[in-house]
Design a protein around this ligand. Structure first.
Ligand code: TYD
Length: 217
């Protein structure tokens, strides 16, 4: 029995996910709710080591299937070691990327079969499905431009062409159409505050239950 809530943020690179995840987490913590921030690939020692392989710009020979399996391996470790235990203890897990990143980047971006990616990821997610996935929808070129302007080094995936990121962005919307009830698509081409307010509104249903439980405790 999962007592917590699993909330995932998705979107192209530079869409502001990490900022929004932090804003949401701060607000929930102010309400006295137990929150855990985590991310993929990473979130564990093993996952961070795999992340190093995946994002190293020197690894240009990495083939899509190996890339997909490495993301899945990091996910398997993360789900088992971090996410499931936190949910079992009643925590709200705010996760920067999950399975849909593999479907969007390796599937729509690299052109791998979505069914194959879902199979590869079955042992990784181990049946875990997010309570809600927030997709931050963002004009593609702007995301990478924003990262470049920030002055931090550009990683192996961010080096991909603009058309790759465009396919990823469109891919997310296609994924959401398959199962609209599990997603909330939010226009991220607006001020941080507006985006945050929309995220809070999208989460009302999911978090209502846990807030009530917390108030009774
Ligand atoms: P990260 O620096 O975390 O990017 P961001 O801050 O934009 O989330 O790097 C993660 C990169 O890995 C990002 O470019 C998306 C990519 N990725 C995949 O291609 N497949 C996956 O399954 C995951 C989780 C991430």
């Amino acid at each position: 029995m999962m007592k917590g809530k699993f909330i995932v943020f998705e979107g192209i690179d530079g869409s502001g996910k990490t900022t929004q995840l932090k804003l949401l987490g701060d607000q929930l913590q102010q309400q006295g709710l137990p929150v855990l921030y985590t991310r993929e690939p990473g979130g564990t020692r093993i996952g961070d080591a795999i992340r190093g392989i995946l994002l190293n710009p020197a690894h240009s020979e990495l083939v899509p299937r190996a890339e997909a399996l490495l993301y899945a391996a990091a996910r398997a470790q993360h789900v088992a070691q971090v996410v499931k235990p936190a949910l079992a203890s009643g925590t709200i897990v705010l996760c920067d990327r999950f399975l849909d990143s593999s479907l969007a980047y390796q599937g729509f971006g690299r052109g791998m079969d979505i069914g194959l990616l879902e199979s590869i990821n079955e042992p990784a997610t181990d049946g875990l499905v997010p309570d809600l996935t927030i997709i931050l929808s963002f004009f593609t070129g702007d995301g990478i431009d924003r990262i470049k302007r920030s002055g931090r080094p550009i990683d192996r995936i961010e080096r991909e062409a603009g058309t790759f990121h465009m396919r990823v962005g469109a891919g997310y919307l296609t994924l959401a159409q398959r199962d609209p009830g599990r997603y909330s698509i939010i226009n991220a081409n607006r001020s941080e505050e507006w985006v945050h307010n929309d995220i809070m509104a999208a989460l009302e249903g999911v978090l209502g239950e846990i807030s009530q439980r917390n108030n009774r405790a």
